[in-house]
Design a protein around this ligand. Structure first.
Ligand SMILES: *Cc1c(COP(=O)(O)O)cnc(C)c1O
Length: 356
């Protein structure tokens, strides 16, 4: 650290992204899709888009916002895209909790929320999940700050029913409630808080193309909210970086979002693989949460989370381990292809026989 860095940044604890490994590993650690994106994305990249890169991209993100709005049956004034959903989450937390406000979230959830709270000067209040890792909506009534809930939650994969999500939104009329639906495509649209957008003026729903749409490398996510909230977020975006999405991202993401049929099939495959792998792990003595996402969250009575992580790593399979209270004996395993999950199960058997 140089002596030039401003004091407020000296104690930052940056988010630790999952390892991006190039070696010959089976990579089940960052919830990427094992399938390629829609072929429409490759068509865009081959369409001569390089010629357009001389010009700045459209700062209004009009094409992309119209595409998203059409998908969700919303008005485009209720959409803002970002460079990954992390980008829109950052704007939302900055706007509604930053500079001395408060951010309320579960004790076990997406690791970026506390980082953003710290970065933007928000007081963080964490609410413990129940013993079984479910959220008790009553714990959030009158939370006294901006609430952020991942649904399904990460890294547990557990879905909070829409009625309980609505309870949290309805019992916090004076604060913004952000529902981070990074994994909702796997759980099913009928559980999405998007259906509540017309009813509540304090709701923000975020989505990403990184997981369900096989586009983690493209960097595109978006927030859906009232047009007034979207105007707030654009105020910050235009004060920071109005060109936060490249022309390539705008065009490729628009093509992907339109190809619902392609993604519905891939999502169904991933969900079926998750169910088979979960059953096989349970047979081996694991306890798995009821994950509705594209990952499995599992613990075994005979091997610690760290030992399992290391044993799998030695067998060239990368999963995610969080050295955090309450979940240090769990591993999070992204759902890969059937073949990858077969190899995982084999490596798990080896790990259990060595360590157990
Ligand atoms: C992956 C993830 C995100 C961020 O995804 P982006 O790649 O930035 O779109 C946000 N929230 C949760 C809960 C996630 O797991």
């Amino acid at each position: 650290m140089t002596p030039f860095l401003r004091p407020q940044y000296r104690s930052l604890k940056p988010y630790t992204p999952g390892e991006q490994i190039n070696a010959n590993f089976i990579k089940l650690n960052t919830n990427e899709s094992p399938f390629p994106p829609s072929p429409k994305v490759a068509e865009v990249l081959k369409s001569g888009i390089a010629d357009r890169l001389r010009l700045y991209p459209d700062p209004t993100l009009g094409q992309l916002h119209r595409g998203v709005a059409q998908q969700y049956g919303l008005n485009e004034a209720g959409v803002i895209a970002g460079n990954g959903s992390d980008d829109v989450l950052a704007f939302a937390i900055m706007a509604y909790a930053g500079g001395g406000g408060k951010l309320v979230c579960p004790d076990i959830t997406y690791g970026f929320y506390p980082v953003y709270a710290d970065f933007f000067g928000a007081e963080l209040a964490t609410v413990p999940l129940r013993e079984d890792f479910t959220i008790n909506p009553e714990d959030y009534a009158g939370a006294g700050g901006t609430v952020v809930i991942a649904n399904p939650n990460a890294p547990t994969g557990i879905l909070l029913p829409l009625a309980e999500i609505e309870q949290i939104i309805a019992t916090n009329p004076d604060n913004i409630v952000i529902i981070d639906e990074a994994y909702m495509d796997f759980a099913g649209q009928e559980h999405s808080a998007v259906s509540l957008l017309g009813k509540y003026d304090n709701l923000i729903v975020t989505r990403t193309l990184s997981k369900s749409h096989s586009l983690a490398g493209l960097r595109c996510g978006f927030a859906l909210a009232s047009k007034e909230i979207i105007a707030d977020l654009n105020r910050l975006r235009y004060s920071f970086n109005p060109y936060n999405l490249s022309a390539i991202t705008i065009a490729a993401a628009s093509a992907a979002i339109a190809d619902t049929e392609y993604y519905a099939e891939r999502i169904a495959t991933i969900n079926a693989t998750r169910e088979r792998a979960t059953a096989a792990l349970t047979q081996l003595g694991f306890v798995c949460t009821n994950s509705q996402a594209n990952f499995i969250f599992a613990t075994h009575p005979k091997i610690s989370g760290e030992e399992l992580y290391n044993a799998l790593r030695e067998q060239k399979i990368l999963v995610r381990h969080f050295a955090l209270p309450r979940i240090s004996n769990h591993v999070r395993i992204s759902v890969g292809t059937e073949e990858e999950m077969g190899a995982l199960l084999e490596a798990v058997r080896v790990s259990l026989s060595v360590e157990g």
